[in-house]
Design a protein around this ligand. Sequence first.
Ligand code: GTP
Ligand code: MG
Length: 239
Amino acid sequence: MAERFAVILPALNEEEVIAATLDDLWRAAASRAPAGAELAQVLVVDNGSTDGTAAVARTHGSQVVPEPRRGYGRACLAGMAALRPDVEIVVFSDADGSDDPADLPRLLEPIERGEADLVLGSRVLGEREAGSLTPHQELGNRLATFLMRALLGARYTDLGPFRAIRRDALERLQMRDTDFGWPTEMQIKAAQRRLRVREIPVRHRRRRGGKSKVSASVRGSILAGAKIIWTILRHGLAS
Ligand SMILES: Nc1nc2c(ncn2[C@@H]2O[C@H](COP(=O)(O)OP(=O)(O)OP(=O)(O)O)[C@@H](O)[C@H]2O)c(=O)[nH]1
Ligand SMILES: [Mg+2]
C-alpha cells in the first residue's frame, strides 16, 4: 500500500494567496504517479492571523490548526501535533506560493525509494525567479551555510522552507525552536544524528501576493538572520 504524506504550511495573514497555494498543491498531488505516496492531510497552521486566512484555507481542502502564539517553529510544532497517525512522511512548505508544488515528486522520491530520511529543497541549486530571494537573504544564506560547514561539518547550500522528512526521523530530532531557527535546527540535528540527507534543486518564486513578514523588512531580516546565526553558534559551541 502507498505511503501517506502530509503537508504543513505555517501561515500568517496569507488570505490573498492561500487559496492558490492550496489549489496548486492538490493539483500537483493528484497528477502524481499512482505508485507514489498519497497526499493524506494538508495542515494550514494559522499563526494568529487577523485576516481571513483560516476561512479561505478551510474552503480549499485544508485542515486549519490554530496556533495563536506567533512563531514559525511553533506553527510547525503545532502542525506536527495534528498529524494523523497513518502519516509517514511530512512535507513543510511556505503558504505564500513561493515553493512550487510541481517539485513535490522529486522531494518525495528519495524517501519513497528508501534512500533518504530528509530531502531538502535548495533554492540556491534551483531556478529562482528574479527577486525571489533578496540580496541580504542570499548573503545571509551564504554566511549561515559556511558557518554550518566550518563549525559543524554539515554541508548544505540553503536553509529553505520546502522539505520532506520521514515522520519517525522528525520525531527523533526533538525539534524545539519556536521561530525562524527551525529549519536551521532541523538541518544541524539531522547532520549530528546522521540522518540520510539529500538536497535537491527546487524552483523558487516571489510570493504570489499578500505582504512579506520577513525578508522585505529590515527588522524581520535582522531578527531572522540573527536567530539563524545564533542557532548555528549554539550548536557549534555545544558540540
Ligand atoms: N507561523 C508563522 N508563520 C509565519 C510567521 N511569519 C511568516 N510566516 C509564514 O512563514 C512563511 C514565510 O514568511 P514570508 O513572509 O513569506 O517570508 P519570506 O519568504 O522571507 O519573505 P517574502 O516571501 O519575500 O515575503 C509564510 O508562509 C508566512 O505566512 C510567523 O510569525 N509565524
Ligand atoms: Mg515567502
